[in-house]
Design a protein around this ligand. Structure first.
Ligand code: PLP
Length: 372
């Protein structure tokens, strides 16, 4: 069965008339980048998160790099991050010139204060908690530790736009947080990301570095680099689409949460031998991904594919085992939870355009695999 023939997919985006109209309007005027759509999207998303500033860039990865560079994290510095995450996290640390310190995770797939504490050294400058799958990290203990030790906290909220921790938005909890819009809680039909922060000086520094280190994007300071930057700006099209989709986000999050409740009820009632995602009372997850831990995961995945159901694996090879990063994780036995998760994690389809019936079809297919 080809991907095109799959009946139920992990990702689907329905482009409606408002998005089409918006795209055409943006195409008919200039500037095509660094213009009013970018500025409005930054202001609207910052307000949504309850913070002062947003700095949009051409990907979530770029936002993380900007957050590191703007704070001067570089050579000689260590940055603590989980091995159970996406490749962007250590790659940005390395491009900034710093050293990634890979850690294992708790059974929920996230970092904790205890884990961070075990990896501190006199060279530790920053920590990057990742809200995996949209489930916020227990941030307060990590923020307390960061205060005690003078650490910089960058939240990787790529999966967690719309999620809350103790009533506060994911992304607004550390010194800076960042989101990805490449097919995440909202999509911008392409690549873009945004960093959010309450620290105006940090936001200004990120905004300058995003455009060649020119500290202002208008006026006669163009072409005068105050610092060594890059060109990480986004086109106006993506923020324009992001603005439309941001207005729909809360509704989409409700639908994803309702799919999660439905999956959990049906899979537990059917007695599937899988581990289901759980939620702490302080979390309101964004439910970007509904991830189960499934024995015989690869066989289940093939079975579901034959039934026309697409699934995902986030992430199949932990970072500490990837050739590019192995040198920074000298003891491969130090990641038992991450290794076990990588062998069993399976992302079931769950997106706003899926019906309750589709959820039941997927859950029943999982149950029938284990009953054979
Ligand atoms: C956890 C995590 N962090 C960072 C990123 C990077 O975001 P982008 O793809 O927008 O660069 C991703 C993207 O999938 C991600 O999943």
């Amino acid at each position: 069965m080809t991907t095109a023939e799959l009946r139920i997919k992990t990702r689907l985006v329905v482009i409606d008339e408002e998005v089409r109209k918006t795209v055409l309007e943006v195409l008919e005027r200039t500037p095509y980048y660094a213009g009013p759509e970018t500025a409005a999207f930054e202001a609207e998303l910052a307000a949504y998160c309850g913070v002062r500033r947003g700095v949009a860039a051409n990907s979530g990865t770029s936002c993380l790099l900007l957050a590191l560079l703007a704070r001067g994290i570089g050579r000689g510095d260590e940055v603590i991050l989980p091995s159970n995450t996406f490749v962007s996290v250590p790659e940005c640390v390395l491009f900034a010139g710093a050293t990634p310190i890979f850690t294992d995770v708790e059974s929920d797939g996230n970092l904790s204060r205890a884990i961070v504490e075990r990896h501190l050294s006199p060279r530790t400058r920053a920590v990057i908690p990742v809200h995996m799958f949209g489930h916020p990290v227990d941030m307060d203990p990590i923020i307390d530790l960061a205060r005690e030790r003078g650490l910089y906290v960058i939240e990787d909220a790529a999966h967690a736009l719309g999620a809350r921790y103790k009533g506060r938005r994911a992304g607004s909890l550390g010194h800076v947080g960042f989101f990805s819009f490449a097919g995440k809680s909202i999509t911008v039909c392409g690549q873009a990301g945004m960093a959010v922060t309450n620290d105006a000086a940090l936001a200004d520094a990120m905004a300058g570095l995003r455009v060649h280190g020119w500290d202002q994007e208008v006026g006669n300071v163009w072409h005068v680099a105050e610092r060594v930057g890059l060109n990480l700006r986004t086109s106006e099209l993506h923020p324009a689409i992001g603005r439309v989709h941001l207005r729909r986000l809360d509704g989409w999050t409700e639908t994803r949460a309702s799919h999660a409740t439905r999956y959990t009820a049906r899979l537990s009632a059917g007695g599937a031998p899988v581990v289901l995602p759980t939620t702490r009372p302080d979390q309101e997850p964004g439910w970007l991904h509904y991830v189960i831990r499934a024995p015989r995961r690869d066989a289940l995945r093939a079975f579901l594919r034959d039934e026309g159901i697409e699934t995902g694996v986030h992430y199949p090879v932990p970072l500490h085992l990837q050739p590019a990063f192995q040198a920074f994780a000298p003891d491969p036995s130090a990641f038992p939870v991450t290794d076990a998760m990588a062998a069993e994690m399976l992302t079931l389809p769950s997106h706003p355009w899926m019906s309750d019936h589709d959820v039941d079809v997927v859950a029943d297919a999982v149950l029938s695999f284990y009953r054979r």
